[in-house]
Design a protein around this ligand. Sequence first.
Ligand code: PEP
Ligand code: MN
Length: 360
Amino acid sequence: MENKKEMRKWLDDLGLDHPLVIAGPCSAETEEQVLKIAHSLKDTDVNYFRSGIWKPRTRPGNFEGVGALGLKWLQKVKEETGMKTATEVANRNHVELALEHDIDLLWIGARSTVSPFIVQEIADALQGTDKIVLVKNPVNPDLSLWLGGIERLYTADIKNLGVIHRGFSTYEKTKYRNNPNWQLAIELQSKFPDLPIINDPSHIAGKRDLVFDISQEALDLNFDGLMIETHHDPDNAWSDAAQQVTPERLVQIMKDLTIRKETDPEAEYNKKLGNLRAQIDMIDNDLIEMLGKRMKVSDGIGELKKQKNVAVLQTNRWNAILGKMILEGEGHGLSEEFVLKMFKAIHQESINHQEKIING
Ligand code: PEP
Ligand code: MN
C-alpha cells in the first residue's frame, strides 16, 4: 500500500487548531458515570468521547464491559453534549451494534490487531463505511502486522483511517506498562506521512503520573492527536484505575502541552530537529538504563567473588571482553579509541561496585 492523502481528510476537515483529543473512561460502567464524565468534558478540547463497551481483559474473571447497553449511553452523550463518540470493536457483532447506534469512530484494539482473521472480519463488516476507523498497534512490536490492519481496511473501501500508538508488551518490567518503542511509530510516519497517528499515553504509561510526559513526547514527534483515558473518580474505576486522569487534569494537561504551530516558517526544520533530538534522548535514556542493569549484574558477580574469596580483577576475562567489543564497535562505525575509553570507564565503575561489595 502507498501513502494516500485521502486517509487524513476526516482529520483535516475538522480544522482543529490543536491536536485531536479522544478522551473518556477506559470502560463504560454505569449510565450515570458515562454522562457525568461526558458533561465535564463538554466545552473542552475533547473532540471524541471514548468509552470501552466490550473490554478485552488479559485474564478472565475481571469486569468485561457492560455490552451493547453502553452504546445507548454513548448515544445519550452525543445528544446531550454534542461530542462525537468512539468505542472499540473486536468482532462482526460489535461492528453491527456500533453502526446501529451511530458510533462515529471505531477502533481496533491491540489484542485484535495481532489477529489477521479478526481484523479481516471487522474490515468485512465495515465494508465501505464512512465512519472513522483507527487501528491500535499490535501488542507485539511488529510494524507489518500494524500496517496489515490498515491495508485490510483500505482494501474494504474504508478511507477515513488512522492508527493509535499504545505501546508494546515486554516480559521485563520497565517504567512503562507498554514500552513506547517510538522508533516503530516514527518509521510508520515516514512510510505513511498522511496516515493520522494518535498517541495513547494512558496505555503506554499504566500510571497517571507519566501521561503528561508521554503526551509531550508524542507531540514533539509530530503526532496528530492523543487518546487519554479520563474518569471522574479514577481510583475507583472498574478497569485501568491507575492510569486514568480526572477531567480537570486532562484540561490542565492540554493547557500545559507545547503544541508546535504549523505556520512557523521554521516548522519543517524544527520538526526534523525535534524528531532527531527526541530519538537521541530516548537512546540516551536506554544507555543509562542498560548501564544500570549491567552494574546490577556486576554486583551479583561481586557477591559471588566475595563468597569464594576471588580477586575483583580477572585479567583474561577483561581482555577477552575488550577484544570482542572493539570488533563489535568497528561493525557499528565506532573507533577503537572510543570503544577502549568507554569500556575502561564502564569497567572502572564495575570494579568500584565490586570493591564496595567485597570490602563492605
Ligand atoms: C483501551 O483502550 O481501553 C484498551 C483496551 O486498549 P488496548 O487495546 O490498547 O489495550
Ligand atoms: Mn484501558
